[in-house]
Design a protein around this ligand. Sequence first.
Ligand SMILES: *Cc1c(COP(=O)(O)O)cnc(C)c1O
Length: 371
Amino acid sequence: MIKKLVRKTCLGFEPYVAGKPVETIKRELGLKSVIKMASNENPLGASSKAIKAIKENIEKIFFYPDSNSYLLKQALSKRYRLPAGNIFTAAGGDEIIELIAKVFFNPEDEIVYSKHSFIRYGMAAKLMGSKAVVVPMKEGFTHDLKAMAKACGPKTKAVFITNPNNPTGTYNTKSELSKFLKDLPENNFEVKPIVILDEAYYEYAKIEKDYPDGLTFLKDNQNLIVFRTFSKIYGLAGLRVGYGFANAAIADFIERTRPPFNVNLLAQVAAAAAIDDLEQVKKSQKLVKAEKAFLYKEFAKLKVPFLKSAANFILFNCAPLKGKEFFTRMLKEGIITRPMDEYDLPDWVRVTVGLHKENVLFVEKLKKTIR
Ligand SMILES: *Cc1c(COP(=O)(O)O)cnc(C)c1O
């Protein structure tokens, strides 16, 4: 049987459960109108600068893309004032997680991350056959950075921190993160473990009090990798572009081992244009801030417990319904949400903040569903 040939770590591997696409739901349920509030996409759509760049470059797609994403790295370098040698790019933050795992994780290594944090870290550890060390959250569903530093031992190769976290929307403050980086003990290799700071929602969170910009810690922490994505605030999830910052040696190993053409031609030009679209960022921040306030108020009125979020989604508790049941009922009403079973939160659902009229419709269907 073919199973004999499959790597041990891939046997029994559970696939990632993605948010369902609108067209799939329309087809499956025979619905005319469906709103997706499941995958934290930007309801304002893609950056207009990105769309323009794609139109201008569409005829060039018979060429392979620039293997080094030169222009995109230059744009990132200029925007974030870091040398291009400290920057790497990939097909989404998702590929970045996997590239880091491929460079650093051995089967004898331990990988530390928080319970209820992004599911892809555990999957990366599992893929490489490394041991996952999962640390419970603090009250209020934030990463317990003190406990995470304590959980690091001689075998710890890497620690993942999501700031703000998906799916809870919570974040760790500048002083908490700073203390964590200092307190992290050295491992068997006589260095501190690699710290991977996932800032997929950085642009939404940066307006929060004491939210730390991970890049400011790079200089003093040679073990730190910070990564972000064009999928969220820039509205380019369908293109698949992510980027990371690290010391030159780390960036070099990731660059060497990645697939040569991982960021496609249109994705490169679109991302390079989008990074300077501060209009898109401002408009999205403003919408999400106002709409979160609206949704918080509505959740409170309905006595639905929820977590305040620094990102563009809200986690709420739908008990006595199970999240899956809530999801199925909302689907029939034409709204795609995200149940949280894989995150060990079977009574919770995550909803992406939509346009105002979408949020109003969501609240209307929520009332009907939980009644
Ligand atoms: C969305 C997300 C990512 C990466 O998304 P890509 O589309 O692969 O860039 C990474 N981490 C978290 C926590 C996310 O929510």
